[in-house]
Ligand binder design. Sequence first.
Ligand code: NAG
Ligand code: NAG
Ligand code: NAG
Ligand code: NAG
Ligand code: NAG
Length: 444
Amino acid sequence: MFNPFFSALLLLALTQHALSQDTFDWAKINSSDTLDWTPCNTDFECARFKTPLDYKNPDAASTSIALIRLPALVPRNSSDYRGPILFNPGGPGQTGVGLILGLGPLFRTIIGPQFDLVSFDPRGVARSLPRASFFLSQAERAQFPPQISLNASQDAFGRSIANDVVRSALAGARDDGSLRFLNTESTARDMLRIVEAHGQEKLQYWGFSYGTILGSTFAAMFPDKIERMVIDGVLDAEDYYSAEYRTPFLDIDKTWKTFLDGCVAAGPTACALHEQNATAIQAKIDALERRLLIHPVPTVVNSSIPEYHTIIDYSILRLTMWNAMYTPYKSFQKLASALDDLISHGDGAALYAMSMGNSGSPPLYECPSADDPFAPVMDAGIAVACNDGKSVSADYADLRKHHEALCATSSWCDTFGIRMFCVYVSVALFVASTTVWFDLFSFY
Ligand SMILES: *[C@@H]1O[C@H](CO)[C@@H](O)[C@H](O)[C@H]1NC(C)=O
Ligand SMILES: *[C@@H]1O[C@H](CO)[C@@H](O)[C@H](O)[C@H]1NC(C)=O
Ligand SMILES: *[C@@H]1O[C@H](CO)[C@@H](O)[C@H](O)[C@H]1NC(C)=O
Ligand SMILES: *[C@@H]1O[C@H](CO)[C@@H](O)[C@H](O)[C@H]1NC(C)=O
Ligand SMILES: *[C@@H]1O[C@H](CO)[C@@H](O)[C@H](O)[C@H]1NC(C)=O
């Protein structure tokens, strides 16, 4: 959502779309040790599956993992049947149920009809229990936004740390003891249970973005339990488990350059921001950034609802441009047009429509602002990433030093706050439970 790990943004966009189409009442089905599928959402089957919350203490509390499958089109007892493929959409914290609902039919076209296409909301995420949720409502969550541009103001960097300290404190205060079990190691163990419950010995898997960390972790833990595995959009596992998060920044500026060069090449009809060369386009954007730092633009969110206003500021601009880089084919032309609206007409509606803060829902202060008990929230991704990674001190100078080093690598360093999400405020919180497995990655 706000950085490469909470990502696979193309997928995110589609899964969010699909999420609104999930008509199944997940509260109605019980969790079971076996996979008891119930028809759901027309062409799909849903189940809740029980796994040990703590694999070291398997007879204590259980999880309830929400699973979905798009069934194979061949009978399971025929020789054409090729078994289940498990998917993970990335994040951490993204919903696998949403992924299969949104993209299952497309995956079937790519892979063929002989497989069951299966995914799940990992422990902590969305419909699965326990669910990571540090706030009592969306309104409370919105008061401590997980990301602003770290260059947006003089206090933006420190304000982000303060937000993250508050979030960590609330996470600790509201933890019922299950928080530390929301991690990739346990999810890998859950996957093995799911595979076995399907009657298979070995995993077939396709993971995107953070899903490549999950796949690699599974491979390190259970090397003899893999039939086939696709890791797609590979993240650097050592970088992830060290909570350094340096490598995702290496090539962002190249991606941005393709936006500028693409606009030059496309010409003025296809690219609203067009100039003779990339430098001239960047200069227009730089000027817009400088202007918004001083004078944010008031904007009507949606002209059919003229009373809904918002303000386009430097943070929204930076994060929207950064976010567009995940989906260049889908977003670059729209981005150019939205930037031109702002530059030429002072109109921020199109940029707001592309921005990450725009959920499409009514503002939180409107009634009813019902909190969907199974909606994905950032908290899940933060819980998993921060449990997985080495602990991060909330010391301003340390965080600043790390940030400056990122800024030496990329001009997009201001859009990235994941390391700060993981500041710890109590030793009990965010135990680095995967340290053991970190060692296994040293052979990469
Ligand atoms: C779920 O469990 C409850 C309590 O055991 C039971 O009353 C209910 O019928 C079960 N629901 C389903 C769909 O099996
Ligand atoms: C496969 O299962 C179906 C439905 O349970 C059954 O009707 C059919 O006879 C089975 N075919 C084989 C080859 O076992
Ligand atoms: C953000 O601030 C850092 C550190 O002060 C600086 O190096 C970087 O150039 C700034 N980036 C942008 C896009 O303004
Ligand atoms: C880029 O385009 C601008 C504006 O059209 C022009 O003034 C400038 O000389 C060009 N720069 C180069 C390096 O061609
Ligand atoms: C604007 O609001 C109308 C009325 O609620 C809605 O139908 C439409 O989808 C909205 N447009 C956008 C771009 O959100």
